[in-house]
Design a protein around this ligand. Structure first.
Ligand code: GLY
Length: 307
């Protein structure tokens, strides 16, 4: 058994590890852990308390993947609900689809009785308001929100400078390997922007035969590289989990133009091994590891600069 989460997993790690130790399926344990983080407003890029988009609306994304069935459930740009990870899980359970976004996702969340919530907290509204007052011209303020927003995206907040998206990877005692993610994405993003967190193969991927991977940080980069799926594919082709992650980092070196920023890659294999690399991140980047015995512990990620 193994559990790896990023540092934002702090609130959920004890519950997830306890459930895995008690023999619960990995997906149940991941969902329970992520729900705790989604409900806590101190984690500023997940669920309640997340950063809003340019229009000061919270649009949340999440994904779960069952590496044994290779089914996933993903939800993107959903407003007004608290536990995105559970909505994603119900998409996997109840629908023949893998991914719902926007109004359709809200309709589904209502239909299944998901918990409605006002996730925008007063502090997020205050910070957004200060940005608005400081950044926009008087003419833009008067015409708001009917102005072009594209230029304003330059002010997007890098989540890894604050508190980040959460990702969970787990291998349970029935040999299932699963993944889960949840995020509010980048602060001040263009409305409708999806990062990698809800995109299977980019922000997460799990295959019980080989392992799993999940990413945090600039989803624009991992979408372009299909990072999570690539890592699992490299393992399928015989690479160790460490070499698979380094190969995925090498893929990122080919990215030209566009947003090149920070990404942290987390990966596990079937043998209880793992690798976490902070690409363009600081040496202070840490993650949680529970290896099936004792208490979960914080470990430093390996820092790699792209150029
Ligand atoms: N990795 C989270 C995002 O790009 O939204």
């Amino acid at each position: 058994m193994i559990l790896v989460t990023n540092n934002e997993g702090t609130l959920g790690v004890p519950t997830t590890a306890r459930m895995l130790a008690a023999g619960h399926p990995a997906l149940d344990a991941i969902e329970a852990g992520i729900r705790l983080i989604e409900a806590d407003p101190s984690v500023r890029t997940v669920g309640r308390g997340g950063w809003p988009n340019l229009l000061c609306e919270l649009e949340l994304d999440a994904c779960v993947m069952d590496g044994t069935t290779l089914r996933s459930g993903a939800v993107g740009a959903l407003k007004g609900y608290l536990h995105l990870v559970s909505v994603a899980r119900e998409i996997m359970r109840r629908l023949p689809h893998e991914f719902l976004v926007g109004e359709g996702a809200a309709r589904f969340a209502h239909e299944i009785g998901a918990t409605p919530a006002e996730n925008l907290i007063e502090d997020s509204r205050r910070v957004w308001r200060e940005w608005f007052d400081r950044t926009l011209t008087p003419a833009q303020k008067q015409a708001w929100p009917n102005i072009p927003l594209a230029e304003l995206c330059r002010h997007a907040i890098d989540p890894e400078t604050g508190r980040d998206t959460t990702v969970f990877l787990a291998h349970d005692n029935s040999e299932n390997i699963c993944s889960g993610t949840s995020t509010s994405g980048w602060g001040w993003k263009y409305p409708g922007r999806l990062g990698d967190s809800p995109i299977v193969g980019a922000g997460s991927y799990a295959d019980t035969r080989y392992g799993a991977a999940a990413c945090t940080g600039a989803g624009e980069m991992t979408i372009r590289c299909c990072t999570a799926r690539s890592i699992v594919l490299y393992m399928k082709k015989g690479a160790s989990v460490a070499d698979a992650v380094l190969e995925a980092v090498d893929d990122m070196r080919a990215l030209k133009t566009g947003l090149i920023n920070r990404v942290t890659i987390h990966a596990i294999d079937t043998g209880g091994n793992h690798k976490v690399v902070a690409v363009n991140g600081s040496a202070a980047n840490v993650y949680w590891l529970w290896d099936g015995t004792g208490d979960p512990r914080r470990c430093p990620a390996e820092a790699i600069a792209l150029r």
